[in-house]
Write a new protein. Structure first.
Length: 537
């Protein structure tokens, strides 16, 4: 809970921080802010397979969790300091820390439930685990809004570090409950060593990243994916994906079907995570620019204001010299430096007749608060769905784990269809704000999809992966999140290329439906493999 409190606090405000040009943020344009956010969200998942393997063979899971948590705390506290160097070093520490922490905390839980008498409860265990995660992600946005409104961005980032430290202390105080899951698997003769992985995966990955960063510009005088950093990331993923395919190719006969099923589901799951991570990119932009964030209830407004959860905006032009010194001067078409900017961007799609008088503040709910809607639904829906699955299981009608994946992908597509209708709900999103109810609707649908898919992914890896490769393949599951979040960032960096936002959301609806079809087209085979490996009906 506390680790996810820290991570989702950062994820919830990073894009806003990079965009902000009013209260000490970086003042970047949407394209570059989306690129940095998408790249960070992608990199955060990328090193997990190596962190899982190191834990599998050398460190054990508990020690790896503490190492990862220490790197994470250092990264969050580092974000307190101003400047681009501190920003990138801190984000790098968080990426390394997450590589050690995330796959191994999940594997630790799976190992605890590997006892014969506990195996039937593994899906429920991961659902409860997932609910705990989302309790942290529900609370963090309120802390972020309060701290950045009252004290500034640095205090909000510092709160993430404090949360991480609390989590480590809590784990240290309760080790007796989890020690049974810290089972290190001896390497087999056919397993690659750490040195081999560095030689066959990381060195090619680094070389591929350098090629991706430089070659398109040299050959085509442009980039393939929008920015050199995005090209580098995509190229670097090629040898890593090849490594996971080689695991399947070289696997023993009895392991091949299980690993193959996992890799197929991993590939399709990239579609889901591309939809899900719109939350931190496209949906954040939608919330900031197109959603009516005023609070109509005087009682609720007073309470939210008292809690420090409302930001103030007005139509008064802002002098450029009040902006951060590191920002590039804004110039007009003639090259002259603009001395003032217009009103707060919130008013750009509100008719001037509806603007408040100049100098009068309007209080709005912080955009990051909307990102607590998903975790709220996770916490409230998870017990209901666990109860539903239990009810259906007793009657032999519970959907199989692969079927839950197919349902999740279809629902994720429907979540984008909700946003399609959100665009239709007003005459023009460039002249009117849209009701926040549409965001509640889309978050409800994508959250239902998430409950079906995300904890099931953790559970499925634990069921199908060979014991000696569990954490490594758990890292493969997190690689799907890495690729999905990067795709989400790339799409959002092209946000302005979709003047008709209906097209943007319709693309994602079709993608979700296609993903669902891909799962259900192989449902009989996937169910058979799960049944063969676990004995489940």
């Amino acid at each position: 809970m506390w680790e996810r409190f820290a991570y989702y606090l950062l994820a919830g405000i990073l894009f806003l921080y990079l965009l902000d040009n009013k209260t000490g943020g970086k003042g970047l344009d949407e394209k570059h802010a989306a690129d940095i956010t998408g790249t960070f969200l992608a990199l955060i998942w990328l090193p997990m397979f190596i962190g899982g393997m190191i834990a599998d063979r050398y460190l054990g899971y508990i020690r790896s969790v503490f190492i990862g948590g220490t790197f994470l705390a250092a990264g969050y506290f580092g974000l307190i300091f101003p400047g681009d160097v501190a920003l990138y070093i801190s984000l790098g520490l968080i990426v390394i820390g997450n590589g050690f922490f995330k796959p191994n905390i999940s594997t630790l839980l799976g190992n605890i439930y590997n006892k014969e008498e506990l195996k039937p409860l593994k899906d429920n265990a991961y659902n409860i685990f997932y609910m705990g995660i989302n309790t942290g992600s529900l609370l963090c946005n309120f802390a972020a809004a309060y701290l950045r409104n009252k004290y500034g961005w640095g205090y909000a980032f510092g709160a993430a570090g404090v949360g991480m430290v609390i989590g480590l202390i809590n784990l240290a105080a309760n080790l007796k409950h989890v020690k049974a899951g810290d089972v290190r698997k001896p390497p087999q003769k056919e397993d690659m060593t750490l040195g081999q992985i560095c030689l066959y995966v990381f060195v090619p990955g680094i070389v591929a990243a350098i090629i991706g960063y430089t070659l398109p510009g040299l050959l085509f005088h442009t980039t393939l994916m929008g920015t050199p950093a995005s090209d580098a990331f995509v190229f670097a993923c090629i040898p890593i994906i090849g490594f996971f395919i080689s695991i399947w190719v070289k696997a023993r006969k009895e392991d091949k079907r299980g690993i193959g099923a996992l890799l197929y589901i991993f590939a399709v799951s990239v579609i889901f995570w591309s939809l899900y991570y719109q939350n931190f990119t496209a949906y954040t932009l939608w919330t900031e620019q197109h959603t009516d964030r005023t609070i109509t209830s005087p009682v609720m407004e007073k309470g939210a204001d008292w809690m420090g959860l409302l930001q103030q905006v007005n139509t008064t032009p802002r002098p450029v010299d009040s902006l951060d010194a590191h920002m590039v001067a804004i110039r007009d078409a003639h090259g002259e430096i603009i001395k003032t900017q217009g009103p707060d961007p919130y008013f750009h799609n509100i008719p001037r007749s509806d603007w408040p008088p100049s100098g009068q503040n309007v209080k709005l709910a912080n955009a990051e608060l909307f990102q607590s809607i998903g975790p709220f639904f996770i916490v409230t829906l998870t017990p209901l769905l666990v109860a539903l699955f239990t009810f259906l299981r007793r009657r032999g009608k519970e959907p199989t784990t692969p079927a839950k994946f197919g349902i999740a992908l279809f629902l994720s597509g429907l979540s984008s269809l909700v946003m399609f209708f959100a665009v239709l709900s007003v005459a023009s999103i460039y002249q009117q704000k849209v009701s926040p109810g549409w965001l509640w609707g889309t978050y409800f649908v994508i959250t239902a999809a998430e409950v079906f898919l995300s904890p099931m992914g953790l559970s499925l890896v634990s069921k199908l992966a060979p014991h000696r490769l569990t954490a490594l393949l758990m890292g493969g599951w997190f690689l799907t999140m890495s690729l999905g979040s990067k795709v989400a960032g790339l799409m959002t960096s092209s946000w302005d290329k979709f003047p008709d936002k209906r097209v943007f959301f319709l693309i994602w609806f079709v993608a979700g439906v296609v993903g669902s079809v891909l799962i259900f087209s192989r449902i009989r085979s996937l169910n058979g493999i799960v049944r063969e490996k676990t004995g489940e009906a």
